[in-house]
Design a protein around this ligand. Structure first.
Ligand code: ADP
Length: 481
C-alpha cells in the first residue's frame, strides 16, 4: 500500500512541535506493516539544503505566483517529495513566520500551493506513482483534501489528522478567488467558514476519515469547550472520527543509548540517572541535593498551563522541590519564569530557548515532568517522561489522560501507577498533585516502582502504526465496496 503523507513539518528536518515527530516517525513504523509512505513537504531552506541526490519529477510553470518544481529524494531515511517553490518557501525565519515570529501574510498562498500539489500527486501527476491513500496533517496540508474532492482525486481515500484544533488556518473570503477552486466550493459544506475560508475546516469536510491524536481528545473536540468553533462539524463527522495516540521514536528517545545524557541507563540501572541529575544541576545552576527536581519542556503558552505553573512556584519551592524549566513562547510567561528564577536562585532554573539536547537531559535526570496543559491533543513529553523514568505529573485532559496512570493508593498498591493526574486545571489541584509526588518521592522504593512501571508502558510507534494501517485498510475496502 502506498500512502502519500502531506505535512508542513517533518523530523529531523523541520519541527516546531509534536506534529513533526509524528510525520517523521510514522513512515518507518508503517514500513514493517506493508505500508510505504512518501512525504510531501515544502522546500524550506533547511529542506533544500538537505537535498543531495534529487530527481525532479514535475515542473509547474506557475504555482501561486511563481515557478515551482517537485523533487523526489531520500532524506534522513525518509522517502520525500519536496515542493521547491522559492517564491513561497525560500525565506529566513520559521515555517510559518519571519524571524520575529509574525505570520507570513501569504500563508494561505503557501499552503494552498502545498495542497494543490498534494492533490495533483493523488491524481497521478508523478510518473509511476499513485498513492492508495492520502494522509494530510493539520491545516497547512488540509487543502490537499479539498483540491482532491473538487478535482480529479475524489475517489482516493483520504485521512485528515488534527494534531491541534487550535490552529485552523482561517483567512478572509477574498482569498477564495486565488485558490482556483470551483465556485461551488465556497459553501457551508465546502471551504467556507464563518464567512471566510477555513483550511482545516475544508479538510475536515472533505476527508474520508478524520483522526486526532488521542481517544480522549477525539471526544473532547466534540464539545464547545474544546471544539474551537468546529465542534458542530466534528460532531457531524463523528462516525468517521478516530483517536490514535502517538508513539515516540525510540531510536532517538532511548535512555540506554541517548548521547545527550551524561550517563545512559535502563530500568534496571536507574541509579545511572543520578549523573544526569547532577548535570542538570550544573547546567541550570541549581543547588545540589537529593530532593526532587521537576522539569518542564514546553512551549510557554496558555494552552500548556504555564501561567498556572507560574502561580505555584513559590509554594512548590517552599516544599523543597526544585524546578528546571526549558521553553520559549509568550514574552509575559517567559518574564514571569525568569523572575521566579531570580527570586529562587538555586531552586528554580530557567532556560529560555529551544534546546533538543537539554530536553533529553532533563528527561534523563529530573525526577518528574510537569505538564499542566489546559488541553493536550496527545502530548509527547509525557511519553518521553514515561520512557525515561521521569515521572509525568499531568492535567487530566486529552492524551495526557489516556497515557498516564494516576498514582492513587489503589493503583500504587496494584503496581500499575505511572504518574500523577490532576483535575480541574487550576493551581490548587496542580499543587496538590505535586505534593502527592513529593510524598511518594520520599519513599524511594515506591518512586522507583512508578518509574519502572512507566518505563514498561508501550509508547512505541508500533502500536499506533498498527491502528493507522488498520484505518488505511478499512478505507481501501470502503473504496472498493
Ligand atoms: P506541542 O506539539 O503542542 O508543542 P508536544 O508535547 O506534542 O507539544 O510536543 C512538543 C515537542 O517539542 C516535544 O518533542 C518536546 O520535547 C519538544 N519541545 C518543546 N519545547 C522545547 C524546547 N524548548 N526545547 C526542546 N524541545 C522542546
Amino acid at each position: 500500500m502506498q500512502v502519500l503523507s502531506v505535512t508542513p513539518e517533518i523530523f529531523p528536518l523541520i519541527k516546531t512541535g509534536g506534529l513533526a515527530d509524528v510525520t517523521g516517525a510514522l513512515p518507518a513504523a508503517l514500513a514493517g506493516l506493508g505500508v510505504a509512505t512518501r512525504s510531501l513537504v515544502p522546500g524550506y531552506p533547511v529542506v533544500m539544503n538537505a537535498l543531495k541526490k534529487k530527481k525532479t519529477v514535475h515542473h509547474y510553470p506557475a504555482l501561486q505566483g511563481g515557478k515551482a518544481a517537485l523533487h523526489s529524494a531520500e532524506i534522513a531515511g525518509l522517502d520525500m517529495l519536496v515542493l521547491d517553490a522559492p517564491h513561497l518557501f525560500d525565506r529566513p525565519g520559521g515555517p510559518y513566520g519571519d524571524v520575529t515570529g509574525a505570520d507570513w501574510q501569504d500563508n494561505w498562498r503557501r499552503f494552498a500551493a502545498l495542497g494543490r500539489v498534494g492533490a495533483d500527486i493523488a491524481a497521478g501527476v508523478v510518473k509511476d506513482y499513485r498513492p492508495d491513500i492520502v494522509h494530510a496533517h493539520d491545516w497547512q496540508s488540509a487543502m490537499t483534501l479539498a483540491y482532491m474532492r473538487y478535482g480529479e482525486a475524489a475517489d482516493v481515500p483520504s485521512v485528515m489528522t488534527v494534531h491541534n484544533l487550535a490552529f485552523q488556518g482561517q483567512f478572509g473570503a477574498s482569498i477564495f478567488a486565488g485558490l482556483g477552486l470551483p465556485q461551488q466550493a465556497m459553501a457551508l459544506d465546502g471551504v467556507e467558514y464563518y464567512g471566510g475560508v477555513g483550511f482545516l475546516k475544508a479538510g475536515l469536510q472533505a476527508a474520508w476519515a478524520i483522526t486526532t491524536v488521542s481517544p480522549t481528545y477525539a471526544q473532547e473536540i466534540r464539545t464547545p469547550a474544546f471544539g474551537m468553533g468546529l465542534d458542530g462539524l466534528i460532531n457531524l463527522r463523528s462516525p468517521d472520527l478516530y483517536g490514535i495516540v502517538n508513539g515516540i521514536d525510540d531510536d532517538i528517545w532511548n535512555p540506554e543509548t541517548d548521547t545527550h545524557l551524561a550517563a545512559t541507563y535502563t530500568s534496571k540501572s536507574l541509579k545511572g540517572r543520578k549523573a544526569n541529575k547532577r548535570a542538570i544541576e550544573e547546567r541550570m545552576t541549581l543547588d545540589r541535593d537529593d530532593g526532587p527536581i521537576y522539569c518542564v519542556v514546553s512551549r510557554l503558552t496558555w494552552q500548556k498551563g504555564i501561567d498556572i505553573l507560574s502561580t505555584i512556584i513559590d509554594p512548590v519551592v517552599a516544599s523543597g522541590a526544585r524546578l528546571a524549566i526549558l521553553g520559549s513562547g509568550d514574552a509575559g510567561l517567559e518574564g514571569a519564569l525568569l523572575a521566579a528564577a531570580a527570586r529562587h536562585r538555586g531552586r528554580v532554573g530557567v532556560v529560555i530557548g529551544y534546546d533538543e539536547g537539554l530536553s533529553h537531559l532533563l528527561q534523563g535526570g529530573a525526577d518528574g515532568i510537569l505538564i499542566p496543559s489546559r488541553f493536550e491533543p496527545c502530548g509527547l513529553t509525557q511519553l518521553y517522561g514515561l520512557r525515561y523514568g521521569c515521572v509525568p505529573i499531568v492535567a487530566r485532559t486529552g492524551g495526557l489522560a489516556d497515557t498516564v496512570i494516576d498514582a492513587n493508593e489503589a493503583a500504587v498498591a496494584a503496581g500499575v501507577a505511572t504518574g500523577f493526574q490532576f483535575a480541574p486545571e487550576d493551581a490548587g489541584a496542580f499543587h496538590h498533585a505535586i505534593s502527592r509526588a513529593n510524598a511518594l518521592h520520599a519513599e524511594p522504593a515506591v518512586w522507583a516502582a512508578i518509574q519502572k512501571q512507566g518505563m514498561k508502558s508501550d509508547v512505541s510507534w508500533d502500536r499506533s502504526a498498527q491502528k493507522y494501517a488498520a484505518l488505511y485498510r478499512m478505507l481501501l475496502s470502503k473504496r472498493d465496496a
